[in-house]
Design a protein around this ligand. Structure first.
Ligand SMILES: C[S@@+](CC[C@H](N)C(=O)[O-])C[C@H]1O[C@@H](n2cnc3c(N)ncnc32)[C@H](O)[C@@H]1O
Length: 280
Protein backbone atom coordinates (compact mmCIF):
# COMPACT_ATOMS: atom_id res chain seq x y z
CA UNK A 1 0.00 0.00 0.00
CA UNK A 2 2.62 2.57 1.08
CA UNK A 3 4.74 2.00 -2.00
CA UNK A 4 1.93 1.83 -4.50
CA UNK A 5 1.65 4.53 -7.08
CA UNK A 6 -1.36 6.66 -6.12
CA UNK A 7 -3.75 6.94 -9.06
CA UNK A 8 -5.59 10.21 -9.46
CA UNK A 9 -8.47 9.85 -11.92
CA UNK A 10 -9.91 12.52 -14.15
CA UNK A 11 -13.28 13.80 -13.00
CA UNK A 12 -15.85 11.76 -14.88
CA UNK A 13 -19.19 12.89 -13.47
CA UNK A 14 -20.50 16.13 -12.12
CA UNK A 15 -20.57 16.13 -8.28
CA UNK A 16 -23.98 17.82 -7.98
CA UNK A 17 -26.08 14.61 -7.97
CA UNK A 18 -24.07 13.35 -5.00
CA UNK A 19 -24.31 16.74 -3.23
CA UNK A 20 -28.11 16.81 -3.70
CA UNK A 21 -28.47 13.20 -2.60
CA UNK A 22 -26.65 13.95 0.63
CA UNK A 23 -28.45 17.23 1.28
CA UNK A 24 -31.77 15.35 1.09
CA UNK A 25 -30.69 12.53 3.41
CA UNK A 26 -32.90 12.87 6.53
CA UNK A 27 -30.12 11.45 8.73
CA UNK A 28 -27.75 14.15 7.51
CA UNK A 29 -30.32 16.89 8.10
CA UNK A 30 -31.09 15.58 11.60
CA UNK A 31 -27.36 15.42 12.33
CA UNK A 32 -26.85 19.07 11.29
CA UNK A 33 -29.72 20.17 13.52
CA UNK A 34 -28.36 18.22 16.47
CA UNK A 35 -24.90 19.64 15.88
CA UNK A 36 -26.22 23.21 15.95
CA UNK A 37 -28.15 22.55 19.15
CA UNK A 38 -25.17 20.94 20.90
CA UNK A 39 -22.79 23.68 19.83
CA UNK A 40 -25.20 26.31 21.14
CA UNK A 41 -25.44 24.49 24.45
CA UNK A 42 -21.66 24.26 24.78
CA UNK A 43 -21.32 28.02 24.40
CA UNK A 44 -23.14 28.56 27.70
CA UNK A 45 -22.86 25.31 29.64
CA UNK A 46 -20.59 25.30 32.73
CA UNK A 47 -19.59 21.63 32.16
CA UNK A 48 -15.92 20.66 32.00
CA UNK A 49 -16.19 19.58 28.38
CA UNK A 50 -17.89 22.82 27.37
CA UNK A 51 -15.19 24.96 28.97
CA UNK A 52 -12.50 23.08 27.01
CA UNK A 53 -14.61 23.18 23.84
CA UNK A 54 -14.87 26.98 24.02
CA UNK A 55 -11.07 27.25 23.96
CA UNK A 56 -10.67 25.31 20.72
CA UNK A 57 -13.93 25.66 18.81
CA UNK A 58 -12.54 28.24 16.36
CA UNK A 59 -9.74 25.87 15.38
CA UNK A 60 -11.68 22.75 14.46
CA UNK A 61 -14.11 21.48 11.87
CA UNK A 62 -14.96 18.35 13.89
CA UNK A 63 -18.52 18.17 15.12
CA UNK A 64 -19.33 18.62 18.74
CA UNK A 65 -20.29 14.93 19.06
CA UNK A 66 -16.95 13.80 17.65
CA UNK A 67 -15.05 16.18 19.93
CA UNK A 68 -16.98 14.73 22.87
CA UNK A 69 -15.88 11.30 21.64
CA UNK A 70 -12.23 12.36 21.81
CA UNK A 71 -12.73 13.90 25.25
CA UNK A 72 -14.27 10.68 26.54
CA UNK A 73 -11.64 8.57 24.78
CA UNK A 74 -8.78 10.40 26.51
CA UNK A 75 -10.55 10.28 29.87
CA UNK A 76 -11.16 6.56 29.39
CA UNK A 77 -7.47 5.92 28.62
CA UNK A 78 -6.26 7.94 31.60
CA UNK A 79 -8.80 6.58 34.09
CA UNK A 80 -8.20 2.98 33.00
CA UNK A 81 -4.39 3.41 32.91
CA UNK A 82 -4.25 2.37 29.26
CA UNK A 83 -0.54 2.86 28.51
CA UNK A 84 0.72 4.84 25.52
CA UNK A 85 0.67 8.11 23.63
CA UNK A 86 -2.19 10.03 22.10
CA UNK A 87 -1.98 10.30 18.31
CA UNK A 88 -3.90 12.33 15.74
CA UNK A 89 -3.55 11.83 11.98
CA UNK A 90 -5.05 14.90 10.33
CA UNK A 91 -5.06 17.94 12.58
CA UNK A 92 -5.63 20.86 10.13
CA UNK A 93 -5.71 23.95 12.41
CA UNK A 94 -5.15 21.86 15.53
CA UNK A 95 -8.49 22.16 17.34
CA UNK A 96 -9.31 18.48 17.95
CA UNK A 97 -5.70 17.70 18.94
CA UNK A 98 -5.67 20.69 21.32
CA UNK A 99 -8.88 19.41 22.91
CA UNK A 100 -7.14 16.10 23.62
CA UNK A 101 -4.13 17.98 25.02
CA UNK A 102 -6.35 20.09 27.30
CA UNK A 103 -8.16 16.95 28.49
CA UNK A 104 -4.86 15.26 29.35
CA UNK A 105 -3.80 18.33 31.32
CA UNK A 106 -7.15 18.65 33.06
CA UNK A 107 -6.67 15.08 34.34
CA UNK A 108 -3.12 15.97 35.48
CA UNK A 109 -1.80 13.16 33.33
CA UNK A 110 1.41 13.07 31.29
CA UNK A 111 0.96 11.73 27.77
CA UNK A 112 2.83 12.61 24.63
CA UNK A 113 0.55 14.00 21.93
CA UNK A 114 1.54 13.37 18.29
CA UNK A 115 0.14 15.45 15.43
CA UNK A 116 0.65 14.12 11.90
CA UNK A 117 -0.34 16.26 8.92
CA UNK A 118 0.95 17.53 5.60
CA UNK A 119 0.07 21.02 6.93
CA UNK A 120 -0.70 21.75 3.29
CA UNK A 121 -4.37 20.77 3.21
CA UNK A 122 -6.08 17.70 1.81
CA UNK A 123 -4.24 15.81 -0.94
CA UNK A 124 -6.26 14.77 -3.98
CA UNK A 125 -8.52 11.73 -3.49
CA UNK A 126 -7.81 8.72 -5.67
CA UNK A 127 -9.67 6.26 -7.83
CA UNK A 128 -10.28 4.20 -4.68
CA UNK A 129 -12.60 6.93 -3.35
CA UNK A 130 -16.08 6.02 -4.66
CA UNK A 131 -17.28 9.62 -4.26
CA UNK A 132 -14.22 11.00 -6.02
CA UNK A 133 -16.09 13.76 -7.89
CA UNK A 134 -17.38 15.29 -4.67
CA UNK A 135 -14.21 14.60 -2.70
CA UNK A 136 -12.05 16.25 -5.34
CA UNK A 137 -13.80 19.58 -4.70
CA UNK A 138 -12.02 19.57 -1.34
CA UNK A 139 -8.49 19.00 -2.63
CA UNK A 140 -6.21 21.62 -1.06
CA UNK A 141 -8.82 22.68 1.52
CA UNK A 142 -8.75 22.12 5.30
CA UNK A 143 -5.37 23.82 5.54
CA UNK A 144 -3.74 24.51 8.85
CA UNK A 145 -0.12 25.56 8.69
CA UNK A 146 2.46 24.18 11.08
CA UNK A 147 3.14 27.71 12.39
CA UNK A 148 -0.55 28.28 13.09
CA UNK A 149 -0.90 24.99 14.99
CA UNK A 150 2.30 25.61 16.95
CA UNK A 151 1.00 29.08 17.90
CA UNK A 152 -2.24 27.59 19.19
CA UNK A 153 -0.36 25.01 21.22
CA UNK A 154 1.96 27.65 22.70
CA UNK A 155 -0.98 29.88 23.60
CA UNK A 156 -2.68 26.98 25.40
CA UNK A 157 0.62 25.88 27.02
CA UNK A 158 0.42 22.48 25.37
CA UNK A 159 3.53 22.65 23.21
CA UNK A 160 5.95 20.94 25.63
CA UNK A 161 4.25 17.55 25.35
CA UNK A 162 3.39 17.79 21.65
CA UNK A 163 5.28 16.37 18.68
CA UNK A 164 4.45 17.83 15.26
CA UNK A 165 5.27 15.67 12.23
CA UNK A 166 4.93 17.32 8.83
CA UNK A 167 4.53 15.31 5.64
CA UNK A 168 2.24 12.90 3.84
CA UNK A 169 1.12 10.01 6.06
CA UNK A 170 2.63 7.44 3.71
CA UNK A 171 6.06 9.09 4.19
CA UNK A 172 5.92 9.88 7.92
CA UNK A 173 3.82 7.21 9.68
CA UNK A 174 5.80 4.06 8.80
CA UNK A 175 8.97 5.57 10.31
CA UNK A 176 7.50 7.44 13.27
CA UNK A 177 9.24 6.46 16.53
CA UNK A 178 5.99 5.48 18.23
CA UNK A 179 5.88 2.37 20.37
CA UNK A 180 2.54 2.34 22.21
CA UNK A 181 -0.64 4.22 21.38
CA UNK A 182 -3.48 4.57 23.89
CA UNK A 183 -5.71 6.87 21.82
CA UNK A 184 -5.68 7.10 18.02
CA UNK A 185 -7.74 9.66 16.09
CA UNK A 186 -7.82 9.14 12.33
CA UNK A 187 -9.14 12.19 10.46
CA UNK A 188 -7.64 12.01 6.97
CA UNK A 189 -10.86 11.85 4.88
CA UNK A 190 -9.73 9.79 1.86
CA UNK A 191 -9.23 6.09 1.21
CA UNK A 192 -5.47 6.24 0.79
CA UNK A 193 -4.96 8.42 3.88
CA UNK A 194 -7.13 6.33 6.20
CA UNK A 195 -5.75 3.01 4.93
CA UNK A 196 -2.13 4.01 5.49
CA UNK A 197 -2.98 5.23 9.02
CA UNK A 198 -4.48 1.84 9.89
CA UNK A 199 -1.72 -0.13 8.21
CA UNK A 200 1.01 1.85 9.95
CA UNK A 201 -0.50 2.40 13.39
CA UNK A 202 -3.17 -0.18 14.23
CA UNK A 203 -0.66 -2.69 15.56
CA UNK A 204 0.86 -0.04 17.83
CA UNK A 205 -2.45 0.63 19.56
CA UNK A 206 -2.38 -1.28 22.82
CA UNK A 207 -5.15 -3.79 23.65
CA UNK A 208 -8.18 -1.90 24.97
CA UNK A 209 -6.87 1.31 23.36
CA UNK A 210 -9.39 3.81 21.98
CA UNK A 211 -9.64 4.42 18.21
CA UNK A 212 -11.84 7.12 16.65
CA UNK A 213 -12.60 7.39 12.94
CA UNK A 214 -13.83 10.82 11.91
CA UNK A 215 -14.97 10.19 8.36
CA UNK A 216 -16.54 6.72 8.32
CA UNK A 217 -20.09 7.93 7.71
CA UNK A 218 -19.36 10.86 5.45
CA UNK A 219 -16.63 9.82 3.01
CA UNK A 220 -17.07 6.54 1.15
CA UNK A 221 -13.32 6.09 0.66
CA UNK A 222 -12.70 6.35 4.41
CA UNK A 223 -15.38 3.74 5.08
CA UNK A 224 -13.97 1.48 2.38
CA UNK A 225 -10.47 1.73 3.85
CA UNK A 226 -11.70 0.78 7.33
CA UNK A 227 -13.93 -2.10 6.16
CA UNK A 228 -11.22 -3.42 3.86
CA UNK A 229 -8.53 -3.26 6.55
CA UNK A 230 -10.57 -5.30 9.02
CA UNK A 231 -11.70 -7.77 6.36
CA UNK A 232 -8.05 -8.32 5.39
CA UNK A 233 -7.15 -8.95 9.03
CA UNK A 234 -10.20 -11.12 9.70
CA UNK A 235 -11.19 -8.92 12.63
CA UNK A 236 -14.72 -7.76 13.30
CA UNK A 237 -14.84 -4.70 15.51
CA UNK A 238 -17.79 -3.25 17.30
CA UNK A 239 -18.00 0.21 15.71
CA UNK A 240 -20.01 2.66 17.81
CA UNK A 241 -21.73 5.67 16.31
CA UNK A 242 -20.90 9.18 17.53
CA UNK A 243 -22.87 11.03 14.86
CA UNK A 244 -23.61 10.82 11.14
CA UNK A 245 -19.91 10.47 10.33
CA UNK A 246 -17.87 9.63 13.45
CA UNK A 247 -17.30 6.13 14.82
CA UNK A 248 -15.16 4.74 17.63
CA UNK A 249 -14.20 1.36 19.00
CA UNK A 250 -12.08 -0.21 21.68
CA UNK A 251 -9.29 -2.36 20.27
CA UNK A 252 -9.94 -6.03 21.01
CA UNK A 253 -7.65 -7.30 23.78
CA UNK A 254 -6.09 -9.87 21.51
CA UNK A 255 -5.98 -10.32 17.76
CA UNK A 256 -4.62 -13.23 15.82
CA UNK A 257 -1.28 -12.72 14.09
CA UNK A 258 -1.83 -11.62 10.51
CA UNK A 259 -0.31 -14.81 9.13
CA UNK A 260 -2.67 -17.15 11.01
CA UNK A 261 -6.12 -16.81 9.44
CA UNK A 262 -5.97 -18.73 6.19
CA UNK A 263 -9.73 -18.37 5.84
CA UNK A 264 -10.37 -15.00 7.40
CA UNK A 265 -14.16 -15.20 7.07
CA UNK A 266 -14.27 -18.30 9.22
CA UNK A 267 -12.01 -16.85 11.87
CA UNK A 268 -13.66 -13.57 12.61
CA UNK A 269 -13.09 -12.19 16.06
CA UNK A 270 -15.96 -10.32 17.58
CA UNK A 271 -14.81 -7.45 19.69
CA UNK A 272 -17.31 -7.09 22.45
CA UNK A 273 -16.16 -4.04 24.34
CA UNK A 274 -13.73 -5.57 26.79
CA UNK A 275 -14.07 -2.83 29.34
CA UNK A 276 -17.01 -1.02 30.80
CA UNK A 277 -17.34 2.13 28.72
CA UNK A 278 -20.15 4.05 30.35
CA UNK A 279 -19.60 6.45 33.19
CA UNK A 280 -16.36 7.97 31.88
C1 LIG B 1 -10.60 17.28 7.98
S1 LIG B 1 -9.01 17.84 8.25
C2 LIG B 1 -8.71 17.52 9.96
C3 LIG B 1 -9.59 18.30 10.89
C4 LIG B 1 -9.07 18.47 12.29
N1 LIG B 1 -8.98 17.23 13.01
C5 LIG B 1 -9.86 19.50 13.04
O1 LIG B 1 -9.88 19.45 14.29
O2 LIG B 1 -10.42 20.40 12.42
C6 LIG B 1 -8.01 16.62 7.48
C7 LIG B 1 -6.53 16.88 7.60
O3 LIG B 1 -5.86 15.70 7.19
C8 LIG B 1 -4.70 16.06 6.48
N2 LIG B 1 -4.39 14.94 5.58
C9 LIG B 1 -5.28 14.19 4.87
N3 LIG B 1 -4.65 13.23 4.18
C10 LIG B 1 -3.34 13.35 4.48
C11 LIG B 1 -2.18 12.61 4.10
N4 LIG B 1 -2.25 11.57 3.27
N5 LIG B 1 -0.99 12.99 4.61
C12 LIG B 1 -0.90 14.06 5.46
N6 LIG B 1 -1.97 14.80 5.86
C13 LIG B 1 -3.17 14.45 5.37
C14 LIG B 1 -5.05 17.34 5.76
O4 LIG B 1 -3.89 18.11 5.53
C15 LIG B 1 -6.00 18.02 6.76
O5 LIG B 1 -5.33 18.93 7.56
Amino acid sequence: MQNEEVQVPQRIQHPWPEILRRARDPRFIADCAQRLAMEGWDLISPSEFSSLYRQIRNYTMCSNARLRGLYRGVRYAVHRDIPGDVVECGCARGGSAALMGLTIRQLKSKRKLWLFDSFEGLPAPTIKDPDFELADLFTGTCIGTLEEVRRLFHRLNLADDAEFVKGLFRDTLPHAPLSKIAVLHIDGDWYESVKVCLESLYDKVVPNGYIQLDDYGYWKGARRAVDEFFAERGIEVNLRTLDYSGRFFIKPPSTLPVSLPQQPNKMKLRSEDPVEWRGI
